[in-house]
Design a binder for this molecule. Sequence first.
Ligand SMILES: Cc1cc2nc3c(=O)[nH]c(=O)nc-3n(C[C@H](O)[C@H](O)[C@H](O)COP(=O)(O)OP(=O)(O)OC[C@H]3O[C@@H](n4cnc5c(N)ncnc54)[C@H](O)[C@@H]3O)c2cc1C
Length: 472
Amino acid sequence: MNRRRRFAVIGGGITGLSAAYQLYKLALAAGEPIDCHLYEASDRLGGKILTYREQGLTLEAGPDSMLRRKPAGMGLIRDLGMESEVVDQSLAANKTYIVKEGNLIPMPKGTNMGIPVQFQPFFETNLLSPSAKARVFSDLILPRREETSDESLGGFLRRRFGDELVNSLCEPLLAGIYSGKIDDLSLAATFPQFGLLEQNHRSVILGLRRAASKSAGSVPETGRSAFITLRRGLASLTDRVAEVLAPEATFHLESPVSSISKHDRRYAFAGDASLDCLYDGVVVTTPSEPAAKLIQPFAPHWHWIHSIPAVSTATVILGFRSNQIDVQLDASGFVIPRSENRGITASTFVSSKWPHTTTEDYVLVRCYVGRSGQEQYLELSDEQMLQLVRDELQSLVGIQVPPVFSKITRWNDAMPQYHVGHLDRINTVETELKSNAPGLVLAGAPYHGVGIPDCIQQGQNAANEVWLTSHL
Ligand SMILES: Cc1cc2nc3c(=O)[nH]c(=O)nc-3n(C[C@H](O)[C@H](O)[C@H](O)COP(=O)(O)OP(=O)(O)OC[C@H]3O[C@@H](n4cnc5c(N)ncnc54)[C@H](O)[C@@H]3O)c2cc1C
């Protein structure tokens, strides 16, 4: 082929930026210059990653961290030469509270999503009744499930450990990731490792304990936390990708793509099929609703993408004068079970969890408002939402003083929900696209993982696929 290959990425969040960066790397490795265009509907890159840097503070309005163990995240950070900017979650705040009857009770140590790996701290906690603790350990003798079809995460956990553990511990911990209802979420799409533990070890607890003792034997204790961020905030990652790409790619901000048409083996947007606007490959990384409309002509089951539910939530950051705060925020924060019926769902003690984000003048606290089934709180005005959060912090933590500043960010339909059967539906649509529109690929939070490393991985995989397809 004599002409330069042309690629387009739709959506400028972490998935889209990772896809564009991967295309740039593939072109560099092949010694084959390409044209890469990234289309973003809003006036900024980064999508859900949104960091404010003000008065020496680093304020995360969206995600505040990522899992270290998922390789794509650290891989991208290394690739961009940003390893020295990685910050671990403070080990001093290596404790999380769960709210029970209006009190903050420490989460027992040695648990995995609420499931006991170490027994002693679990026996000692007063988060659960004695009968609930006994029910949890019936996992040790219960048979494995014979069926292999997907089931709900809640159904799986209730079957193995009983309702009280699920409602009091698992659900609030997991809600922090998906803001969803545990009984609707797909086990296979959210925590397939739990299903595998049951299949391989019969007992999930035994499986977790065997895995823990294996890794204790082979990996030296690093003292590193499971979560990391970047010194200047997570937006420094998306900013850096954009900076590296700037000489190589063309960014089209405030340029929503509304339709895709196919011309032989190439693609054009919104009816513009002139030769210099045809793309050899397109990666679609928008949220599911616009993505579904874009793939509609090529995937008979496009409506399965359209109907992926998404929950709205809001983050509320409060900054207090440190000399006015006389309560000890000695943990990473707290989570709240649904049964507590509170207006907020979780809170991060930012100054304790991420001390580098603040100065000695301020104490930062961040709260989440809204989750699946509790989205009515998002209809509150900013003033009402702030009052709600202040009331909750006063009653739960004892913070009486008003904040000196606050920042509310509303994330509408931002948390995709992977309901039971999700992976089969996605697989069907992906197969339809492969066959009807090779070189047109979906990637991002609605499909194979909402975490930042999952999104990076999906962006890279999608770029590899469109690259390969364009070389067939
Ligand atoms: C409040 C909150 C807290 C979170 N906390 C964490 C956390 O701590 N750790 C973690 O790992 N993950 C967290 N997540 C999840 C994670 O941030 C997201 O899953 C991830 O950033 C999504 O990236 P994305 O690129 O797939 O999508 P997005 O970031 O949504 O990017 C999609 C982009 O597409 C653009 N777009 C939409 N329509 C069009 C169109 N028609 N044409 C062109 N562009 C379009 C949008 O404007 C957007 O910029 C959190 C999410 C939220 C909302």
